[in-house]
Design a protein. Structure first.
Length: 234
């Protein structure tokens, strides 16, 4: 804090305001030097103040209490996963030279499914509300009409080849399933959240457990476990 004085009239008050502003500029320059010197910065402030005095805009001033939330906009997701999408060659499934609109729809549909695995209608809504991208649902369906059996097989082979590079053993088949497990607790944390579980526990915490079975584990289960236990487990 710094004491600047006492004003007894409007003229002295205006002088103290200018002195205060100059003091603020000096203190800010001591804490973090700027590109311009103190005198230059203060002169710029004075010029801006004179312009504001000649052209008052008090009636158009912005008040924080009047701020209204419009929407969220997430940036960067398409840049990161889009690069992976292109590196894997998915952009060549529907060449833009012939299927420009459908190629665009396929890319954004994949990005939406990665961000939030949901229905095609929900993906179209998420793209508009979260990413500022308008992709009508009819364009998604039109894109799917171009994905014939040959292209679907090409997509599967591309995904298979990419997944194989991440696993030590040869990839033949992967079984995947998920289920919910509930707790006798009503307190949520970073792992457990309240929700309607398969055991009809609508107000108790639960976790979502996913199971992925590689070929060796599947062979062991089918050859070493009783059939009844295996059916109940899978």
């Amino acid at each position: 804090m710094r004491y600047l004085g006492v004003a007894h009239n409007d003229v002295e008050l205006e002088q103290l305001k200018r002195l205060g502003q100059q003091t603020i500029v000096e203190l800010e320059a001591e804490a973090q030097p700027g590109l311009f010197g103190v005198e230059d910065t203060y002169e710029r402030y004075e010029q801006a103040r004179l312009v504001a005095d000649k052209n008052p805009i008090d009636d158009r001033s912005v008040h924080y209490s009047k701020f209204v939330h419009v929407k969220n906009l997430y940036l960067g997701f398409h840049d990161i996963y889009g690069r992976l999408y292109r590196e894997l060659g998915f952009h060549r499934i529907l060449p833009q030279s012939r299927y420009r609109s459908s190629s665009h729809a396929l890319f954004h549909t994949v990005m939406a499914r990665l961000a939030n695995p949901a229905s095609k209608r929900r993906n179209s809504m998420d793209l508009a509300s979260n990413f500022g991208i308008r992709l009508p649902l009819e364009k998604v369906y039109r894109m799917m009409d171009h994905l014939d059996d040959a292209r679907i097989e090409r997509i599967q082979h591309t995904a298979m080849a990419a997944a194989s590079t991440l696993l030590e053993d040869a990839l033949d088949v992967i079984l995947f399933d998920c289920t919910t497990l509930y707790f006798e607790s009503f307190t949520e944390d970073t792992l457990r959240q309240c929700g309607y579980s398969k055991d009809a526990k609508f107000n108790e915490t639960q976790v979502l457990m996913a199971l992925m079975v590689p070929p060796k584990a599947y062979w062991w289960a089918t050859n070493s476990c009783p059939a009844r236990w295996l059916r109940s487990s899978l």
